[in-house]
Design a protein. Structure first.
Length: 723
């Protein structure tokens, strides 16, 4: 008995010691970290968690930067509304694509610490919390805009504010769509009816019980235009028009007991790539089986009944952490019609598209391209020459063949029409239409069928890869030989998005680069891969692009070690590839000066270790979406030779460098290199719309470089206009 008592006593003492040890560990955690600790060591000696930012959280911070434009009093009123709509559209994609992947990892029991120091459940919780903060800021911004818009004559009116004429218009809108409204009675234990991704609906309560759902057609515009005085614009919310007429759909029910909701679903799906027929069928199957898409998020108007919201969330398999409220607009993307009203004084000043001087002074596009390589800066330069190249190639009897990649196009693409016309005329037309382009899968299959019906040879992509590279190659017979003309770009072949996306276009007839592009097309069309030894101006992923980038960074390191000037400027949409990030860290450690201009995701931690002053990153958000991928390598400074400049379709992410067909191409000549340097230097001088990316991933304003503030997009347009 005594031995047992002694053992119990000793166990209690051991437990007390363990408790004291836990308290000592907690005390260590409570001590503030040394803010200068990481600055004293080389980046390579930092823990992995101190070298990387989390990708998902970085993406959310980019959207916090988008919100700043909606909050900025210096931004024209309707542009601020537009940025709210863009923010909402961006968040939709995050919940449709990124959140499902995090949840999928958790469902599979994968919750290990990643290289950035986070577990998936921590990333999800932090992202959801930060998004709520951003959405609260967006709701506050909208509430601040409402009286300003009203004074300018733009109003979104609630039913008590409707005039008799406006009420008649709202009732007419209801009657016109009445037949498309689906009224679904609910059984207390039965499943909910299919709620499609992004579809808005009313939850209707009878007494305290959710009794019906009223589903709106997917194509319904959220805002109804109402009669207004000349020069003024008034809108009603579609759900208000339905609520006012709800007794016509559900006798005895009141609109006061009907609340607007919206469900977001997982849009990731696996494609069968065994063959093109299987690929097309799996796309079709997905588009007709939306019930397989997992519910991810439930949005509701702030006034909605908690009982109704909670029941729909529960019956959709969602937790309270998946439910989001956002004032009167659960989906602020519905505000696009407001931002588009015809009030020029409330928008950015017009910037008519400019004509490139060489193209404008030439009678023939082939003649202009044949003289010299031409570089266009979109949207400042008109996109018409890109469309014209396809159309002229279709009409020119000397053109024998056209090869092209198509990732995203407009729904009425004149380029696709030109390719079809060329094929019908008997020209050889080969098009790779990427069927795996997210959100454009079905549309691209239809474009492929259109081209195939015209007689073109069409491929739906390379098995196991997405073809994201942008290239157009025209083969033309001249003087008894074939001469090639090419267009290579950083952006998609979409004449509509080219008006709002910042991208660069290269037109060239240079034999070296066009012959290398011809080898890439031969591979895409079923031939052998291009041999590495012939690559001098154009490199494709997944074969050569990563190695080329690595060699370029390594060369700058050698220059720095030799006491020459090592310098890198990289402009991308995103950087998240850890191998490339480690190469940049190592280069900065060796003395290379590096500037990054990253629009969106940046998992590199700027300001890390002893190289904080040599490795800088900034983010630029303005009226045009910065979309160009531009790489500038100093090559040791002027005394060693000319800097080398490259354009690319690829961001520095693992998927782009290893799992996609991407293109990196080198510009030729001092003239184009100077044009690109001036463009980059201007963005590095921007102290109006640029933000410094801090070590924790947040963005802070850039200190003004001088007396006058620099807004790079405005200055870029002015410079090109003068030239």
């Amino acid at each position: 008995m005594g031995e047992k008592k002694d053992e119990k006593r000793r166990e209690k003492e051991r437990e007390k010691e363990r408790e004291r040890e836990r308290e000592r560990e907690k005390e260590k955690d409570r001590k503030p970290p040394d803010p200068f600790a990481s600055a004293r060591v080389s980046v390579k000696n930092l823990a992995a968690a101190e070298r990387y930012l989390n990708r998902e959280l970085s993406w959310v911070e980019f959207n916090a930067r988008v919100l700043e434009e909606a909050q900025d009093d210096s931004v024209p009123l309707l542009e601020r509304v537009k940025f709210l709509a863009i923010l909402s559209k961006n968040l939709d994609e995050f919940f449709e694509v990124r959140v499902p992947r995090l949840k999928g990892a958790l469902d599979a029991g994968e919750d290990d610490v990643e290289a950035d120091g986070y577990r998936p459940h921590e990333v999800l919780a932090r992202a959801q919390s930060r998004i709520r903060e951003v959405e609260d800021g967006a709701a506050t911004a909208w509430n601040a805009l409402v009286p300003l818009l009203a004074r300018a004559g733009v109003r979104v009116l609630s039913p008590p504010e409707w005039t008799q004429e406006q009420r008649a218009a709202a009732n007419a809108a209801f009657e016109s769509m009445r037949a498309t409204l689906a009224v679904k009675p609910l059984d207390a234990r039965g499943p909910l009816p299919l709620l499609k991704n992004g579809q808005i609906f009313l939850g209707v309560a009878t007494g305290a019980r959710l009794s019906h759902l009223v589903l709106f057609p997917a194509s319904a515009s959220r805002l109804v235009k109402l009669p207004a005085l000349p020069g003024a614009f008034s809108f009603a919310r579609l759900e208000d028009a339905v609520r006012e007429n709800l007794p016509k759909l559900l006798p005895g029910c009141s609109g006061e007991d009907a609340w607007l909701l919206r469900l977001t679903r997982d849009t990731n799906f696996l494609l069968n790539e065994e063959g093109e027929a299987e690929l097309v069928q799996s796309i079709a199957d997905h588009n007709h089986n939306e019930e397989l898409e997992r519910p991810i998020r439930l949005q509701h108007e702030a006034r909605a009944s908690c009982t109704v919201v909670n029941e729909i969330a529960r019956r959709s398999g969602l937790g309270l952490e998946d439910v989001y409220a956002w004032g009167p607009f659960p989906n602020a993307a519905d505000l696009f019609p407001v931002s588009g009203v015809d009030l020029p004084a409330l928008k950015d000043p017009p910037q008519p598209a400019l004509q490139h001087p060489t193209i404008a002074s030439s009678k023939d596009l082939f003649e202009a391209i044949g003289k010299e390589d031409l570089l266009l800066f979109h949207p400042y330069h008109s996109y018409d020459p890109v469309v014209r190249l396809a159309e002229q190639a279709a009409d020119d009897p000397a053109v024998r063949a056209i090869h092209m990649t198509l990732y995203r196009t407009s729904s009425t693409s004149p380029i696709v029409a030109a390719l079809a016309k060329a094929a019908k005329a008997g020209k050889k037309v080969s098009a790779l239409v990427e069927a795996k382009a997210r959100f454009d899968e079905e549309a691209n299959v239809q474009r492929a069928k259109q081209l195939e019906a015209a007689g073109a040879k069409v491929s739906l992509g390379v098995k196991g890869l997405k073809t994201h590279g942008k290239g157009l190659l025209v083969e033309r017979e001249e003087g008894g030989r074939v001469r090639r003309y090419a267009h290579l770009a950083t952006g998609n072949y979409n004449e509509k998005s080219a008006k709002i996306y910042g991208d660069l276009s290269l037109f060239t007839a240079d034999d070296e680069i066009t012959s290398e592009l011809a080898q890439v097309f031969a591979w895409l069309e079923g031939g052998p891969k291009p041999p590495a030894k012939t690559t001098r101006r154009l490199w494709n992923a997944p074969d050569f692009l990563r190695d080329k980038l690595g060699s370029l960074v390594a060369r700058e390191v050698e220059h720095a070690r030799a006491g020459r000037h090592g310098r890198i400027v990289v402009k991308l949409n995103a950087i998240a590839d850890r191998k490339m990030i480690e190469q940049l860290y190592a280069a900065a450690d060796q003395g290379v000066e590096i500037d990054l201009i990253i629009r969106g995701v940046c998992t590199l931690r700027p300001g890390s270790g002893k190289v904080a002053s040599r490795l800088r990153a900034r983010r630029l958000v303005d009226r045009y979406l910065e979309h160009a991928r531009v790489l500038w390598f100093g090559n040791g400074g002027p005394e060693q030779g000319q800097p080398e400049v490259f354009l690319s379709s690829a961001d520095w992410m693992g998927r782009n460098l290893d799992k996609r067909v991407e293109l990196l191409f080198k510009l030729k000549g001092e003239k184009l290199a100077k044009q690109v340097w001036d463009y980059l230097e201007l963005q590095l001088a921007d102290d109006t719309k640029a933000r410094k990316i801090e070590r924790d991933g947040s963005s802070t304003r850039v200190a003004p470089a001088g007396a006058g503030k620099v807004r790079s997009q405005t200055v870029q347009y002015e410079r090109l206009a003068k030239s």
